[in-house]
Design a protein around this ligand. Structure first.
Ligand SMILES: Nc1ncnc2c1ncn2[C@@H]1O[C@H](COP(=O)(O)OP(=O)(O)OP(=O)(O)O)[C@@H](O)[C@H]1O
Ligand SMILES: [Mg+2]
Length: 320
């Protein structure tokens, strides 16, 4: 019996106009069909997305550099396709490894946009899943679940968070293996219409790839997301507050730096996510403080300012 095929119905093969299709016969003139990088980029707004990535996201310079490299590769690839020099869709599956709150999901969304603007995926949406979305509880449940997710993700990016939970070697008959096999087939056969990004903690990802060499060999780009330093976290805090029309008042930034220094030593520290959560709580305290004084007329400055006391009232300072 032939092995089952996991082609996902509803996914379209590259259209005739796709950049991945090679023109049949090449003209003799070696410059015919030659174009410049600027011509490829014109109208794609890829540069705008890369620029936004740079300005919106603090730090992450190794990640940003890798994304620029990938974008450059894709643009050059298009130029090569034009001259009949490329015959195969590039492999764009990726792994994002890093601690919680280091920006993996955020960057995956930007990546989907870039791939879409360069014409490598039809729709450019991101479908974010974990093991439970792919793996069933009973025999026969996993294949339909995984295929349904793959179908939803076709034309975009499938982001599998904590991908290593798909593989449970301690459990002899684990259905995760079935999901992995379906993913592997689709990653190979339908890679011109779907990009898979596996994400998770660095060490566990490494163990996962060691146990699943087939998966490793299909991942072309491994991106490491470093932890943020205090200065970067403070910068993220400033940006987040500004987006919400708040700012730190006198001494509040300093108090927040002290807060971060303590918070970073806690076990559940989650980088930029912890910054966001801490600022949410500071806004609650600011609101309670303003609410308590019924007679005070609140001007814009009062309503936008997070005071040092809104930070220092955190539990983090109580134990010390
Ligand atoms: N470099 C950054 N600059 C600004 N904001 C950031 C940055 N990195 C992350 N954030 C913000 O922090 C929050 C958490 O980021 P995100 O969800 O992308 O992290 P993650 O690595 O996917 O985390 P997890 O592993 O917990 O899923 C988001 O609100 C995001 O906007
Ligand atoms: Mg995430």
């Amino acid at each position: 019996m032939s092995s089952p095929s996991y082609a996902i119905p509803g996914s379209t093969p590259p259209a005739a106009s796709s950049p991945l299709v090679v023109a049949a016969e090449r003209p003799v003139d070696p410059t015919a069909g030659a174009r410049s990088v600027a011509e490829v980029l014109a109208g794609t707004q890829v540069e705008a997305v890369l620029q936004e990535l740079d300005t919106d996201l603090v730090g992450l310079s190794p990640v940003k550099a890798r994304i620029r490299d990938i974008a450059a590769l894709l643009v050059i690839d298009k130029l090569r396709v034009n001259l009949g020099l490329v015959s195969q869709a590039p492999s764009l599956h990726m792994s994002f490894s890093g601690n919680p709150g280091t920006g993996k999901t955020t960057v995956a969304q930007r990546m989907a946009q870039i791939l879409h603007r360069l014409g490598y995926v039809r729709k450019g949406h991101l479908v974010s899943v974990t093991r439970d979305d792919l793996v069933g509880q009973y025999i026969g449940h996993t294949a339909p679940k995984t295929k349904e997710v793959l179908q939803r993700a076709m034309g975009g990016v499938l982001f599998i968070d904590e991908a290593y939970y798909l593989y449970r070697p301690e459990n002899e008959r684990d259905y995760g293996q079935e999901a992995i096999e379906i993913l592997l087939q689709v990653m190979e056969n339908q890679r011109s219409d779907l990009v898979v990004i596996l994400a998770g903690y660095h060490d566990r990802m490494e163990t996962f790839f060691q146990s699943n060499p087939g998966m490793r060999s299909r991942i072309a780009h491994h991106l490491d997301f470093p932890d943020y330093g205090v200065a970067e976290l403070l910068h993220i805090a400033d940006k987040t507050l500004a987006q919400q029309h708040y700012c730190f008042g006198v001494d509040a930034a300093q108090a927040f730096e002290q807060y971060l220094t303590l918070r970073m030593q806690q076990p559940q520290f989650a980088n930029a996510r912890s910054v966001r959560n801490a600022l949410d709580r500071a806004r609650l305290r600011q609101a309670s403080r303003l609410f308590a004084d019924r007679e005070r007329v609140l001007d814009a400055q009062a309503l936008t300012t997070i005071d040092a006391q809104d930070i220092l009232a955190s539990r983090m300072f109580q134990s010390s």
